[in-house]
Design a binder for this molecule. Sequence first.
Ligand SMILES: *[C@@H]1O[C@H](CO)[C@@H](O)[C@H](O)[C@H]1NC(C)=O
Ligand SMILES: *[C@@H]1O[C@H](CO)[C@@H](O)[C@H](O)[C@H]1NC(C)=O
Length: 345
Amino acid sequence: MNIFCFFIILFLFINNVLSYGYVGHQITASIAQKFLLPKVREHVRELLPKSANGNLYPIAAWADRVKYQPKYRFTSRMHYVSTPRDNPPDNCLIKYRPGRVDILNAIHNYTNRLDPKSNLDFWPRAEALRFLVHFLGDLHQPLHLTGKRRGGTGASAIFEGHKTSLHYIWDSRLIDKHIRELGYNFTFSDEENFIANNFHDGPFFEPYVKHIVNLMKTIWKQEVTEWAVCNEEMEYIFEKETQELFKSDLMLFEKNNKQTHFGVNLRQKKETYSLKKKQTSVSCPEYWAVPLNRLNCQVVWNDYVPDTELSEGEYYERIKRTRIIEKLLAITGIRIAAVLNSLLG
Ligand SMILES: *[C@@H]1O[C@H](CO)[C@@H](O)[C@H](O)[C@H]1NC(C)=O
Ligand SMILES: *[C@@H]1O[C@H](CO)[C@@H](O)[C@H](O)[C@H]1NC(C)=O
């Protein structure tokens, strides 16, 4: 094999393992879309390519497609952050260090660049929208918040009989499996076809999006409004639910038709209350990242044994039981919408 071939193969390989899967990003963008204010929807439409027809999901994975182009190579370090002494599952630690090139700084940067007050030209703002939607997605994949074994890309594992990495499992394989378990006939070739043909038909993951939105209206309805608040004390969300799910499932479906208000106002009120330091933008990745990084200790690296099958047994059961995949996708969608609504509303 000549060296050129080697790089092509390496490129394809890296492209596959280093990113929150295309589908994950597209799902979070589709959820966000449903919560955009009408005015924001129009504003966003203007910044998107015509082929996207006003939808965010076609651009959600754009940042992964461009990060190896020379022009955008500098953005490849913006997809993750690693903090010294962070070492899951024993010690989970994340520190916001302003001025570095990492996902936390990138989210602030692109939030500010998208802001109409930035007075930037069309393309820098259109580009900022693409990056922002993407990096808010990566932020909610816990392995993008740890440097341990290169974010789990170097942590070998088996999933449904295939050799893979912990990172790829959390980027893609768990989502794929959940979509399949909904009864929808999802295959990888669907995903490839979808990307190749793009945007013209409705997204094939729509049933899963509907399922997630349903969970927001039922079992999570009390907390949805809290998700967009800048608050680092979010841990209860995952822990409380784990305990409750040990009880009867019925308890979680108590009747309550109260409308869930998802408001910019609540968000602003809470921000002044919970932010201890000066806000750098309407996004608050440094707050959101704290409990997300901790998930590496609680779930992602907990009971991880190299080269074992992770699509069954206690490891997988915990993921199913806590609905952590759906919840992370839901929280991401709400936060993308909240940030866009605050900026463009
Ligand atoms: C912010 O984004 C612009 C455009 O991509 C980039 O040139 C700049 O380096 C970024 N700044 C930081 C601090 O990341
Ligand atoms: C999925 O595909 C199988 C085999 O092609 C078929 O029997 C089944 O009915 C399909 N399920 C759904 C929900 O379409």
